[in-house]
Write a protein that binds this ligand. Structure first.
Ligand SMILES: C[S@@+](CC[C@H](N)C(=O)[O-])C[C@H]1O[C@@H](n2cnc3c(N)ncnc32)[C@H](O)[C@@H]1O
Length: 348
């Protein structure tokens, strides 16, 4: 037994336990409006923050102390500051790095623990709709900042000829659309085009319809319940999958359905979690997060459906290329990437 190695590992575990406990505190701060109250980076005392947010001052002091001990806040003479950089991640929902809302995905993993125990001991399946409801809103809030920042500005322009078609008026399908965050962002940017979001989870379709209404795009974005293998239509210019293809039981079947639903010169936009092609290449903070989430969410979802391919959230470009080649697509390339996403283009 190597005592130095043991000490290193214990240090890592204590740090990870602290991180998990802090995530619960981040969820509190998000729900109670504490970060938003500190978003201007002006110093607060526990008393002023408690008065401003209607919370108990003693608990606020403990919450602030936890943030200082975690490096999330600074303190001087009994005053606490949320620095601008931390505010971007925790308080400002429109910032590209806002992550506080997405913590509910992790919360759902804890709520769903017993279901995962059963899946692990059983057939491996846990369907999307069987997660705690905070999974659905958490997923929307986790992904929306990235779509708002990058989808129209960077991802669509990285595809061959797609922006011109969208400006002129294109037919678009957004498969596995969830709460429709990506659909609404595209519909707001391209008023001449028509967008249909499909998802097999009926409650998500109801929320997406509401989001299109709130976003002022219900004239051009509509939503319907359908699976990736039975959605209607045969003349799409663009078919999109945002962080959902690897969740499906039969991604090859889904890609085959997209092949026949596209116009001959149409395009598939496949947005997947960033991953390299091997486990050894994914030993990094992003790979760690996505493998851990995939154990609870993506892989059991795939195993709950027909075929049950179980690609997992770290499939990587080479494996995804095999899926599209098996479905008959002749062209498949990485259009662009972010630290969290691979943006891939498939064409017939
Ligand atoms: C991780 S969520 C992503 C949701 C959305 N695209 C987004 O980016 O916010 C995966 C979505 O895929 C949907 N899904 C999974 N399997 C599906 C299938 N076979 N057909 C249609 N939708 C599916 C789930 O219901 C869920 O809404």
């Amino acid at each position: 037994m190597d005592e130095a190695k043991l000490n290193d590992f214990m240090g890592k575990l204590v740090s990870d336990m602290g991180a998990a406990a802090m995530l619960a505190n981040v969820i509190l701060g998000d729900e109670l409006g504490l970060y938003k109250a500190m978003a201007d980076s002006r110093p607060v005392t526990p008393q002023t923050l408690a008065a401003q947010t209607g919370c108990h001052p003693r608990l606020i002091r403990e919450w602030l102390n936890a943030h200082v001990a975690s490096g999330y806040m600074e303190h001087h003479d009994g005053h606490f500051v949320l620095p601008e950089e931390q505010a971007l991640a925790l308080a400002i929902e429109d910032s590209p790095v806002y992550v506080a809302g997405g913590m509910m995905v992790v919360a759902s993993m804890f709520h769903d623990k017993d279901k995962l125990v059963a899946a692990m001991r059983g057939d491996g399946g846990l369907a999307w709709g069987d997660h705690h409801p905070c999974m659905f809103s958490g997923t929307e809030r986790f992904f929306r900042p990235g779509y708002k920042s990058f989808l129209v500005a960077q991802w669509l322009p990285a595809l061959d000829g797609v922006v011109d078609k969208l400006n002129a008026g294109a037919q678009v399908a957004d498969i596995g659309c969830g709460h429709g965050a990506s659909t609404v962002v595209m519909a707001q940017a391209f008023p001449a085009s028509r967008f249909t979001g499909f998802d097999y989870h009926a409650p998500s379709i109801a929320t997406a319809t509401q989001r299109a209404n709130e976003g002022g795009v219900d004239d051009r974005a509509r939503f319907a319940q359908a699976t990736a293998k039975d959605f209607p239509g045969t003349d799409y210019d663009l078919i999109c999958y945002f962080d959902c293809l690897h969740d499906m039981g039969d991604p090859v079947g889904a890609a085959q359905h997209a092949y026949q639903a596209l116009k001959p010169d149409g395009t598939v936009l496949l947005v997947e979690p960033f991953a390299n092609d091997t486990l050894d290449e994914n030993i990094n903070p992003v790979g760690r997060l996505f493998y851990a989430a995939s154990t609870f969410i993506c892989t059991p979802n795939s195993l709950s459906q027909e075929v049950g391919l179980g690609l997992g959230a770290q499939a990587g470009e080479a494996r995804l290329r095999e899926v599209f080649e098996a479905a008959g697509f002749r062209s498949f390339r990485r259009a662009t990437q972010t630290p969290f996403n691979l943006i891939l283009e498939a064409r017939r």
